[in-house]
Design a protein around this ligand. Structure first.
Ligand code: UDP
Length: 405
């Protein structure tokens, strides 16, 4: 794994020195991160990088998990969808299932952090264990701007017991009596997912999945999730292909805490209907080098989500200077300034129009990709994220008013 010094050629020595100074200020504090899955999805992706680097900075960061059965994760997935604004039938029985598992975790998860950093709704109820000494922060990775009032009302009871919450984009903020911090996620430019790769390796991955480079490749990398709209991507692709010969890669996996993915994958396979130009790839967890290679091999990257927390896949693609067509939802507009660092779309037709435009104008596509890479370097690399998190932790000990970042 990369060390802090390895980031100097990318972000400069001053940035790393600043991180070291902040790390010193946090000496002696234990930061306990808790979430529900070690792999799958953006939250796990970020914690895998943030935790070791905080430790290298001298901050005693640790990472624990809650446990839950199939029913619990089925309920939390419904909550997740409902908080994103998808219409879901939420019943009293679901709240009961959530609470039963939460109670077990409240009993079993050992809390020892000076700062307890809870990620997403699954472990939110652990705050019932809070004592007066520790500081509790809820990190919400979901776009809660159109939340289902029922689910929000239920979770709010817990949120109010936190010292602060962290949201990914200004548009997600809520009317709450606790402090809200706005911190965008980030990507690690030196991880297997994002580092430079030899051409030969990229080609070997294409060969492994039976993909040839004889026509442009349009790709969406995402968990098989309704909110990522893989079926919509196939529809957009079919519209494009009427005018321009190209192929589509839909590559994704499942997450430990996502019980819906098998069904979505099945729908995608049915929709693809054996079309030899649609490559539906089920990628096992931990295949970061392969994901990286697929992104690098692509002509255009798509992220046609119906809802999105932040959309790390967009940052990953832009960092590779790829032209991106993505929905204007969640944190995506923070990453894509329309017609400058990518193209935003609002529908299947819009996505198809933009993909077609980029396939027909390679020079324009290249410019968008390059501007995208510069934008990610400035705003969405791991070093900025580390700085924001350490400032957040320090703000918990500010004697009077905490200042929002
Ligand atoms: N990802 C992966 N394998 C997959 C699908 C996604 O490693 O099969 C990664 C993807 O590259 C990104 C993260 O999982 O780093 C997804 O984060 P994002 O914010 O895009 O979406 P989330 O899954 O958190 O909703």
């Amino acid at each position: 794994m990369a060390k802090l010094e390895d980031y100097i050629p990318i972000v400069g020595r001053n940035v790393i020195n600043e991180l070291k100074l902040l790390g010193e200020r946090l000496e002696g504090k234990v930061i306990q991160n808790i979430n529900s899955a070690a792999v799958g999805g953006g939250v796990a992706e970020i914690l895998h990088r943030i935790v070791p680097l905080l430790r290298e900075l001298g901050v005693d960061a640790r990472w624990d998990f809650i446990k839950g059965g199939e029913q619990f994760f089925w309920v939390t997935k419904k909550f997740h969808n409902a908080l994103h604004g998808r219409i879901e039938m939420i019943t009293k029985e679901m709240f009961d299932i959530f609470w039963e598992t939460s109670l077990i975790n409240i009993q079993e998860v050992k809390i020892y952090g000076d700062i307890v950093f809870i990620h997403d709704p699954q472990p939110i109820a652990l705050v019932e264990k809070r004592d007066d000494l520790s500081k509790w922060i809820w990190r919400c990775h979901i776009d809660i701007s159109r939340h289902d009032p029922n689910v929000w009302h239920y979770l709010k009871k817990f949120i109010l017991s936190y010292n602060a919450c962290v949201l990914s984009s200004p548009g997600f903020s809520q009317n709450l009596p606790i402090k809200q911090f706005l911190i965008s996620p980030s990507i690690d430019p030196l991880s297997d997912k994002n580092k430079r790769l030899p051409k030969k390796y990229i080609e070997s991955v294409l060969t492994k999945y039976g993909i040839t480079k004889d026509k442009p490749i349009v790709t969406q990398i995402s968990r098989f999730d309704y909110l990522k709209d893989p079926v919509g991507v196939i529809e957009a692709f079919r519209r494009v292909r009427k005018y321009k010969d190209c192929q589509l890669i839909l590559a994704g996996g499942t997450a430990d805490d996502d019980p819906e993915s098998d069904r979505v994958l099945q729908e995608v396979i049915e929709k693809a209907n054996g079309d030899p130009d649609i490559h539906v790839l089920l990628i096992p967890p931990g295949s970061d080098l392969e994901i990286n290679a697929l992104q690098r091999a692509s002509t255009i990257i798509v992220q046609k989500s119906l809802r999105e927390g932040f959309g790390l896949t967009v940052s990953e693609a832009l960092w590779k200077a790829k032209p991106v067509v993505a929905s204007s939802v969640g944190g995506i507009p923070l990453q894509i300034k329309h017609k400058y660092s990518g193209l935003l779309c609002h529908s299947i037709e819009g996505a198809a129009f933009s993909i077609k435009q980029l396939l027909n104008s390679p020079e324009y596509a290249k410019k968008l990709g390059e501007a995208g890479r510069a934008h990610i370097r400035q705003n969405f690399l791991l070093t900025r994220h580390l700085r924001d998190y350490m400032l957040l932790f320090l703000a918990m000990y500010h004697p009077k008013d905490m200042v929002s970042l």
